[in-house]
Ligand binder design. Structure first.
Ligand SMILES: N[C@@H](CCC(=O)N[C@@H](CS)C(=O)NCC(=O)O)C(=O)O
Length: 248
């Protein structure tokens, strides 16, 4: 779709594997808005983003929309809906409920996408190559992956205890998502902001084969693959201790 002549100039600052960045990209595409994509340096993105968006804004995505800095996926989606109201990401009469579901997804649920894949990859580090679209890493690449994953565990506060807690909570979260679908907030003909926010996190989690019993046959998985069909990466089964995963 072509941007209208009145469409503002948009620059999106992102890291390609980041699920909130996928959310922002999907919303821009859905609105038919053209944008320039600026890929930041993994690990150095905090300083880069802060220099553009201001003190305390250290995460991706951020977008400069018509010269205005807009930081964070939920703020970006809200701004895009103001610029191009149709098709609505927050359709009436369910706009407030969609916004609440989106904010729910932006919280604890989104955090799982920043912990579980890195946790699982630590036990199958050769699989990190698949996240760049390639095959499993060779031994030298696997050594690099192990160092990178150790640093990521530290940066993101990942521990076995924390992840075991995440996994205990996950089926309840999938149940919450089913409830959103029953209320028509996600899974309809036209995507809402909640579809994009929930779908991107589920898509990232769906790279972990051990989590198949949690997502198989759920609306969460359907939405994720409908809006984010092409996300590379696969952590083979056996990375997460079997007893930690509870089916939905
Ligand atoms: N809720 C925020 C979270 C963004 C976020 O945490 N992004 C991660 C990547 S998935 C990030 O930039 N992490 C960098 C860091 O923590 O240093 C949003 O949706 O924009």
């Amino acid at each position: 779709m072509e941007s209208s002549p009145a469409a503002p100039e948009i620059t999106l600052h992102l890291l390609p594997p980041s699920h909130p960045c996928l959310t922002a990209k999907a919303a821009l595409a859905h609105k038919g808005l053209e944008f320039e994509e600026v890929v930041l340096e993994m690990g150095g993105q905090g300083d880069q983003i802060e220099a553009i968006y201001g003190e305390g804004c250290r995460t991706v995505p951020g977008a400069i929309i018509g010269g205005e800095p807009v930081h964070g996926s939920t703020a970006i989606l809200k701004r895009l809906d103001e610029i191009v109201p149709d098709p609505a990401l927050y359709p009436e009469p369910i706009a407030d409920a969609v916004r609440a579901a989106e904010l729910w997804a932006d919280g604890e649920f989104q955090d799982l996408g920043r912990r579980l894949p890195w946790f699982a990859l630590y036990f199958r580090p050769e699989a990190m190559g698949t996240f760049g679209g390639g095959g499993p890493l060779d031994p030298a690449g696997t050594d690099f992956a192990i160092k990178f994953l150790r640093a990521t565990w530290k940066h993101s506060g990942i521990s076995a205890e924390r992840v075991a807690g995440d996994l205990e909570a996950l089926p309840g979260m999938v149940g919450e998502i089913e409830g959103f679908a029953e209320r028509g907030l996600i899974g309809g003909e036209s995507p809402t902001a909640a579809d994009f926010q929930i779908g991107s996190t589920v898509r990232v989690l769906s790279t972990i084969r051990d989590l198949d019993p949690v997502f198989d046959g759920t609306i969460a998985r359907e939405v994720a693959f409908r809006y984010f069909p092409d996300y590379p990466g696969e952590v083979p089964a056996g990375a997460i201790p079997a007893g930690w995963v509870r089916p939905s």
